[in-house]
Design a protein around this ligand. Sequence first.
Ligand code: DGL
Length: 275
Amino acid sequence: MEKQQGPIGVFDSGYGGLTVLKELQTKLPNNDFLYLGDNARAPYGNRSFDVVYEYTLEAVKELFSRGCSLVILACNTASAKALRSIQQNDLPKIDPEKRVLGVIRPSAEVISDLTKSNHVGIVATQGTIQSNSYKIELEKYAPSVHITQKACPIWVPLIENNLHDSLPGKMFIKQDIELLLAENEKIDTIVLACTHYPLVKDYLEELLPDSIQVIAQGAIVAEKLVDYLNRHPEMNLKCSKNGRTDYLTTENETIFNEKAGIFMQKQVAAIHIKL
Ligand code: DGL
């Protein structure tokens, strides 16, 4: 292994980024990953810009200090509220050779290929919707696509507490989707713009007619990362490749292991850290 090689850092406020990690592992099976969930301070969805930025920067610094040269913010809320400042203001000071990438741009880049009606629904946390990041990115990559956004603040707490499959949980989710579709009946594509939401994808597909497709971001982000590494061989060289994934959490590790097991559908063994 080269001296400077290290895992690809994957950050999320909690467990949601694991849905992205899974796809990254599938697309890049030889790469090493270091997952960090700031579970003790999740959810980020309703927090202010300043707080999400501060927490995300702490996480990124932690992952850099553990040998990562490339960090993926596998969290829409962190991507929406912190990515630009970190890329523009912090990285040049911390280490201009390191990179931090988010999940919003890769998703925005492919949205126009997914919709036929050109009407797309975006469901996400309050923070992501308020930031207007999807609108801003889509104006660049798909100006003809009309988006209807719906904040679903209850979904993350439901998923984090494994209540999304319960009857009341499903009722809340259904209500939000009905409100979204009532606003625009031409929607043929719903983007799950929160990395927690793939856990309710099956239920949404059950609920919706076949004419409406539900898109999770994990596979899109993974494909775009493969493309990025091909276009940036200097960064690819800095990524270690032993097919290994380690997990860090700011929560109690036993709690993390139990819940992360649900997302990963296998046992994980995390290390507790303080940020
Ligand atoms: N998983 C995060 C996202 O993609 C949000 C979860 C939270 O509210 O902390 O937006």
